[in-house]
Write a protein that binds this ligand. Sequence first.
Ligand code: SF4
Length: 210
Amino acid sequence: MVNKTVSKKIIKRLKTQYRISTPLRFTNIYQLCVAVVLSAQTTDNQVNKVTPLLFKTYPDFYSLAKAPIKDVENIIKSTGFYHNKAKHIVALARTIVDKFNGVVPHTRQELMSLPGVGRKSANVILAFGFGVPAIPVDTHVARVAYRIGYTDSKKPIAIEMALEENIPQSDWITAHLLFIYHGRAVCSARKPLCSSCPIISYCCFENKNL
Ligand code: SF4
């Protein structure tokens, strides 16, 4: 299992490997909340393709709350699962307007009460919207953390706890991004490129593809 000392070396090594930037494009908390819901089951790039028109048409929670679902569906279609996503983002906007007076709540619990927002999405909003330390566990973070050996559980909540325990809080958001980059570039689901992996010496993955 990875301990704090090894974890520190892993994060340090990954920081030299990847340039940090936020993949989802947004300019305010409204846009972030909507983009996060749209990002379920698709890539951030795909979301970035539809959000310029979506945000031009509906620039805030108030306009989106009144949007006809069909019109929203037409704009976000290419992100997949668009019936549900359209319903979720309009319901989310209505909830923010009606229940929170148009202001996005700052706590994980309140965020998770919003339509279409689970724990991972709430953590993304906390981290990138409010700068609150959090480690959103998506499919890449989960796979990379599990393989490296942060935990022997595949449950996202267990992975999140193990990462929080072994990574200094000041690095939580960065670690989340680094694991995503690493999962995409090297430690892919089907064929991890272990022989060219910069953190192979710290990794517990048993089926190293060497
Ligand atoms: S050694 Fe292989 S399994 Fe481990 S992190 Fe690197 S690519 Fe992933």
